[in-house]
Design a protein around this ligand. Sequence first.
Ligand code: HEC
Length: 256
Amino acid sequence: MTPIAAHKINLCSQGIALKALFSGYLTVVAIGYIMAMVQIQFTHGMADGKMGLSVDDIVYSYHGKRSGSVIETKLNGSMKLMTSEQNRLKIINWIHKGANEKAFYDTGIREIMNNSCIKCHNEATNLPIPDFTIFENVAARAKTDTGASFSSLARVSHIHLFGIAFIFMFVGLIFSLAAGVPKYLKATVIVIPYVFLVLDITSWWLTKLNPNFAWLTIIGGSMMGLSFIFMWVVSMYEMWVMPRIHSDDRDALQDE
Ligand code: HEC
């Protein structure tokens, strides 16, 4: 009778049932990963108006396109001479402070527009320009795009932290049984997704505050993806290819 201690725990010499279970899980998770990449292209990839994910997309998604209010752009352009410099700055200041309706009346923006803008910007002129006698028309062109809201960031962050930690728990557990990977390399590859998941999610919040952090999001996501691919390929290799070449009597759990 073979003593129990002789049973070596490694991916190569597991029975067909466990290999089928592991492979099924890895396959489904890989498809899920691909779907997540496709989804990112739809939600963030088009943020800068061009196909494909770029640093600009990440900035626009999390930080917003802060130069995006039409009134401000126009007041620095073709509408610059329509009112005094002082009034122009007052309007811009109102937009920067959030363009709220109460301040529109209280800080005299309504008055400035009545005096300087609505002689053209009203329905009666029949010009193809917005009617600024109606507050909603002003507000719609005063909105500063500040990107993702803090509440949506908090929601997406906690879903990602729980969900992705869970996925990498099992991918890492399967990969930890691969005997052919040096122990420190193995431990590093297992830990990378966790470190870069935290970094990735931190970078969303930082990018919301400062657009220069967008590159951190790209690095975080890329490192998670690379370690996922590495663990996936090595695990599949040791389960299905290695047994055809040689047997394996190392114990992966003992770092052999
Ligand atoms: C003499 C007429 C006139 C006055 C006065 C005027 N505008 Fe305009 N405005 C126009 C015309 C014409 C356009 C369309 C051409 C363009 O975009 O430059 C326009 C376009 C705009 C647009 C772009 C609207 C859009 O949705 O594309 C904004 C915003 C705007 N004006 C703001 C203002 C503000 C604010 C004032 C007052 C400080 C003002 N305008 C005063 C004639 C005027």
